[in-house]
Write a protein that binds this ligand. Structure first.
Ligand code: GLN
Length: 544
């Protein structure tokens, strides 16, 4: 039977509860304990797929095609597992399921209530993941902070689990934040005491408190939290802000969190081996020569919108012993601004995914700039559509080519909906989602990068390459280097006469791992690092 670690947050959100949950996974895995992870999101959307990135950040797609919270990306990268739809549970899913059961007559005669019907449905989701994953430990992160109205059924469900599966199989970890008062130059524990009181009020006494802080946490502060919140002294774990998120497992391990979890849950564990993780962090913290990469997108004001893309770029740069200097370029600025001014120092250009017409001419200009100036270009989903639109405009010598997403009446619809997509009425969960196979053309840059002919990659889009234009664009120099096995869908495109302009209809960023960069990102950075741009040239030796 699985044991459960429930992670709640207090004081404020966005202090790294997800990274803490993921890091606990890393630590347990380093002791050869099998782990799975789940995120509970209290909002009423069924999934984040219909939310704007400004509301929610990136939508992470699992192999089985679920549109999920970006924390699942952190779990996958830190624990090195591929998760499924079972790992993200929202209030929207829970209420939909309960109401569907009520309509079916499953509760005939009964009054449907938050307790027990909603809480039972939530607990079933924990047990479902435990059963399917067969993990020794299931880490469950409760989204939001203690005290949020919509989070209460989730907290009540995790409280009930204590009786359902036994106290010895449950661990409650509370992640809080210690604010720093400049006037008195001290960290304050009162908000932590209040959030622990709030947890206790609903019947949960945390076993461990992880204290986030931007400043070092003194022994006195630890003693105080231990006394007032009634947790063991060694169960107050300081987590000061670190320079890279990948350092968090090492900090928590150093503070004894791994041993504490193993002891409290009575897990059979090996000695921890975090040596490879340690090497990774040391490498990350070593100063490395930067590669200037421009990320051109419409949501760049909120960098979390491109969380996995940014991480994948860092993984790839590390492989080449380089650092990434990321230039965030808003696509709308390119629409009106001078491309050269905005992109002149870029050694590589990435156009990530996106929806809707806003800023689209700006990303098309970025593709023109990359093609004309032979700057390495990596297009991800929308980035491929943009690359093809741009190339079609050049090859057909017309400004007309477009996707019907942006111009429904274009006379050159190089991207269009397939008939099955045209029939879709609902917006939620109806795109082409999750893993699909892709056959690569031998000798292409894509096939060279992967070193194999057949790959599976995760998708999230509605529009597809229009095959009516395949011939004419191939004759003009575009290579359709990845196709669905039946040859009908174009999955990867590249330009034959360009140093490295490669785009894919899928999202390779979701598959990248810190020590296993994705092949397309790896080769993109490999070419970009040797691309000389203004301000990036190595200094010439002075001749005597
Ligand atoms: N908007 C495009 C489509 O739906 C691209 C989607 C994406 O980039 N994820 O096809």
């Amino acid at each position: 039977m699985s044991k459960y670690i429930f992670i709640t947050g207090g004081v404020v959100s966005s202090v790294g509860k997800g990274i803490t949950a993921a890091s606990i996974g890393t630590i347990l895995k380093s002791r050869q304990i099998t782990v799975s992870a789940q995120k509970l999101d209290p909002y009423l959307n069924v999934d984040p797929g219909t939310m704007s990135p400004y509301q929610h950040g990136e939508v992470f797609v699992t192999q089985d095609g679920a549109e999920t919270d970006l924390d699942l990306g952190n779990y996958e990268r830190f624990i090195d597992v591929n998760l499924t739809a079972d790992s993200n549970v929202t209030s929207g899913q829970i209420y939909s399921a309960v109401i569907a059961k009520e309509r079916r007559g499953d509760f005939l005669g009964g009054t449907i209530q938050v307790v027990p019907h909603v809480t039972t449905e939530i607990k079933d989701r924990f047990k479902q993941l435990a059963g399917k994953s067969q993990a020794e430990v299931v880490i469950v992160e409760v989204g939001g902070t203690v005290g949020d109205i919509e989070g209460q059924p989730f907290l009540e469900a995790i409280r009930q689990m204590r009786n359902d599966v036994g106290r010895e199989n449950i661990l409650y970890i509370h992640v809080t934040y210690l604010p720093y008062l400049t006037s008195t130059q001290e960290l304050k524990t009162k908000p932590t005491q209040h959030s622990v009181n709030e947890l206790r009020r609903i019947g949960i006494q945390p076993d461990i408190i992880v204290c986030r802080s931007d400043y070092p946490i003194s022994e006195g502060i630890r003693d105080k939290i231990s006394l007032f919140c009634d947790v063991d002294r060694q169960a107050v774990i300081p987590l000061p802000t670190v320079s890279t998120i990948y350092e968090v497992p090492l900090v928590l391990q150093e503070e004894g969190l791994g041993q504490l979890v193993v002891d409290k849950l009575k897990l059979r564990a090996k000695q921890p081996d975090l040596s490879r993780w340690q090497e990774l962090v040391e490498h990350l913290k070593t100063p490395r020569e930067p590669v200037n990469i421009a990320l051109v997108g419409k949501y760049v004001e909120l960098q979390d919108s491109y969380f996995s893309v940014r991480e994948a770029l860092h993984h790839a740069a590390l492989y080449h012993d380089r650092d990434i200097n990321l230039l965030w370029v808003p696509s709308e600025a390119l629409e009106t601004g001078d491309s050269d001014l905005l992109l002149r120092s870029a050694q590589g250009i990435v156009v990530p995914g996106g929806f809707g017409v806003r800023g689209i001419e700006g990303v098309i200009k970025a593709a023109t700039y990359a093609r004309e100036n032979e700057i390495p270009y990596l297009g991800l989903c929308l980035g491929m559509q943009v690359m093809v639109i741009e190339f079609a405009r050049y090859a057909l010598d017309s400004t007309e080519p477009n996707s019907t997403e942006f111009d429904a009446s274009t006379s050159y619809p190089v991207f269009d909906l397939l008939p099955e997509q045209k029939a879709m009425q609902d917006k939620g969960g109806t795109m082409r989602l999750g893993d699909y196979p892709c056959q690569l053309v031998p000798g292409s840059r894509a096939a060279d990068a992967y070193g194999q002919d057949m790959v599976n990659e995760r998708h999230r889009h509605r529009f597809e390459f229009n095959n009516q234009f395949r011939d004419i664009l191939e004759k003009a120099g575009m290579v359709c280097s990845g196709l669905s096995p039946d040859g009908k869908l174009v999955e990867v495109c590249e330009l034959a006469s360009h140093p490295w302009m490669v785009s894919c209809q899928f999202h390779p960023e979701f598959g990248s791992r810190p020590s296993r960069p994705h092949p397309l990102f790896r080769d993109f950075i490999g070419t970009a690092k040797d691309t000389l741009r203004e301000g990036a040239q190595p200094a010439l030796p002075l001749s005597s």
